[in-house]
Design a protein. Structure first.
Length: 631
């Protein structure tokens, strides 16, 4: 059975985008280091790529990048880093380096789930993150019910606003069934939210009591706030009971599970929730009334709040706060609030699509592709598509996206749009009131943000080009040589036969003598071999960059060989090398070789360039690739 040096688990509340973005980031970071990793994902479809007991036992360490419960108790005795899913996306290299350092403490039974945070392990941070993880565990289990139920109710409205009411002239029996079934699903929102918050804290005993407390919260009209308070109440009460009863004889474990825990838990948590219901109901109604009142009294202020919250962290806790409030109001028949939330969530990914459309070559080819895909993601209400753009320039991009989302939300409230479904994006347009105006509001916000993003990107690129030109102006003639000046199409060879690294060096030496690059072929071979003894020049994905600096070299040059078959090079990823970018540097030319190495390395950072290089079949094709990308 295959084993892995590092294992990981990722999960976000919705289980749609962040989960898999963190998985990809961790896998890429491990791949760069030549380290084996397996990532278990906790998505909306359940657990995929599940870790086995044998894989857990064999691993050196565990990375948990999740905002939901991933059963951390499996990893007792292993070094564990437990962080939010956003850290898995933004800081995968740091997390892997930390695991490899050997300084991560081993997870112990009964230890707080987030006792060890990457870069900061104080108890305060750990406690608040554990609260957030428990809350998001409840939200992630609640969302499918809200979405499914909301769409069912929304479809019933297609038969008429009052089509589900038996006394109405619009009455339709099918619409009645749709709305009734959808209503049952929506009504489960509070008990499910409460139960899975408690389950995250106290496992199965918490789940059982959480359902009961959640039903009390639902019956007494405390809404989703009551569900949240009840979930934490049930969870920590069950933890307290477990602590109080741990001294009982082991023979009574069965009695504890089926009698003591449920009976005492219901008695304590049930009564506590019942008496909390009155003040909680008042708070819940007051908050809903407060937010709902903005729709008519100050739609601009409401749109500004909703827009900023939705775009601030794009799927994170602030975004989810706005979304959960919208779904709660939706369950109460308020379809105006959710219209603004949906619009604000749709804008960021579509804005990035417009940004690459307006920005053109100011963005890389991979960024343009991602932006175009975001038109589709945004249209289906997947806000997370904008995260890669925001992560690169958060200080500039996030405020721009918040502006666009706010514009869309404000216009939505001014147009009095109603959206009876909590998700789906443009798919639910047939059941949206003033659908055309809603789409217009979203497009206006997205275009404004997209234009500002592209303008900022063009300025950044122009500033970088200007700085590059200024540096070149102050350099001496010998220092102004760049990659372009040492690359000659006649020094690029495709379909080269070589069975070993030594044969490659022999061919490079022969070429250098033939092209008057060097006056001594044997010295060239010795120079390359001496460099390899220091450390391998084999990179990853089949590429090597051997280089030597000798008195016998007449002129700085680069020779590129594309081999017919890969040869062993002790590359960083352990794979054979089939593309050799060799550098010949005259002795005493300062840091020329470092500059050439730097320029080539920058090109090889981009996966798109590597893929094109591997697919190239002619000297002309390879030469044009370099010329296009080094300008």
């Amino acid at each position: 059975m295959k084993t892995y040096r590092i294992i990981a688990a990722t999960g976000c509340p919705t289980g749609i985008a962040h989960t898999y973005m963190a998985q990809e980031a961790l896998e890429e970071a491990a791949k760069k280091r030549g380290i084996s990793i397996k990532v278990e994902t906790h998505g909306q479809e359940g657990i995929k790529n599940a870790l086995t007991d044998e894989e857990i036992e064999a691993a050196d360490g565990v990375i948990i990048a999740a905002d939901k419960d991933v059963n951390v108790d499996r990893f007792i005795g292993k070094p564990v880093i437990n962080v939010s899913v956003s850290k898995g996306i933004k800081e995968p290299d740091q997390l892997i380096d930390e695991i490899l350092s050997g300084n991560v403490p081993k997870f112990k039974e009964g230890q707080a789930r987030t006792q060890h945070q990457s870069g900061q392990s104080n108890q305060k941070t750990s406690f608040w993150h554990s609260l957030y993880v428990s809350l998001m565990n409840g939200v992630s289990h609640m969302l499918p019910l809200v979405v499914a139920g909301g769409v069912m109710v929304a479809i019933s409205f297609m038969f008429g606003i009052h089509s589900a009411e038996p006394d109405s002239p619009e009455y339709n029996q099918f619409a009645y069934y749709l709305k009734t079934i959808g209503g049952v699903s929506m009504n489960l929102m509070v008990p499910i939210l409460c139960a899975y918050i408690a389950e995250s804290i106290a496992k199965r005993p918490g789940l059982i009591i959480g359902f009961i407390v959640g039903m009390i919260a639902y019956m007494n009209g405390t809404g989703f706030l009551g569900g949240i308070i009840g979930g934490f109440l049930a969870g920590y009460i069950m933890l307290g009971l477990a602590h109080l009863l741990k001294g009982l004889p082991k023979q009574l474990d069965g009695l504890k599970a089926i009698f003591l825990f449920p009976v005492l838990g219901i008695f304590i948590a049930g009564f506590a929730m019942w008496f909390l219901s009155t003040p909680m109901e008042s708070i819940n109604k007051g908050m809903m009334s407060f937010l709902g009142g903005f729709q008519n009294s100050s739609p601009i202020l409401l749109g500004l709040i909703v827009g900023c919250m939705s775009a601030f962290d794009m799927g994170g806790p602030v975004n989810k706060a706005a979304y959960v409030t919208g779904t709660a109001l939706l369950a109460q028949g308020n379809y105006f609030f959710m219209a603004g939330v949906s619009a604000a969530c749709i804008v960021p990914p579509i804005a990035t699509g417009f940004a690459v459309l307006f920005g053109g070559k100011a963005y890389s080819a991979s960024e343009r592709s991602a932006g175009y895909v975001n038109f589709l993601l945004g249209s289906t209400h997947i806000t997370e598509g904008a995260i890669p753009f925001a992560a690169k320039k958060p200080i500039k991009v996030i405020p721009i996206l918040m502006l666009g989302s706010s514009i869309a939300a404000i216009l939505t409230y001014l147009f009095k749009v109603q959206v009876p479904a909590p998700h789906g994006g443009f798919i639910v347009l047939p059941i949206v009131t003033h659908a055309i105006l809603w789409v217009l509001a979203i497009l206006v916000g997205a275009i404004v943000s997209g234009f500002l993003m592209s303008w900022d990107q063009k300025r950044t690129v122009a500033k970088g080009q200007s700085s590059k030109e200024e540096i070149q102006e102050i350099q001496t003639p010998s220092e102004t040589k760049n990659l372009e000046s040492v690359l000659d199409i006649n020094n690029i060879y495709c379909h080269v036969d070589a069975a070993s690294q030594e044969e490659v060096f022999q061919k490079l030496a022969e070429i250098s003598k033939e092209k008057n690059i060097s006056s001594d072929a044997s010295k060239v071979i010795e120079g390359f071999m001496a460099r390899e003894k220091l450390s391998t020049t084999g990179m990853e994905q089949g590429i090597a960059i051997p280089h030597t600096e000798l008195d016998s070299i007449n002129k700085a040059s680069i020779v590129i060989l594309r081999l017919n078959q890969g040869v062993e090079w002790k590359a960083l990823d352990g794979k054979p090398t089939n593309i050799v970018i060799a550098m010949f540097i005259p002795k005493g030319k300062g840091n020329d070789h470092l500059r050439y190495l730097s320029e080539v390395s920058k090109l090889l950072i981009h996966q798109e360039f590597i893929d094109q290089l591997q697919e190239a079949t002619s000297s002309e094709e390879i030469y044009q690739m370099f010329m296009k990308n080094i300008h």
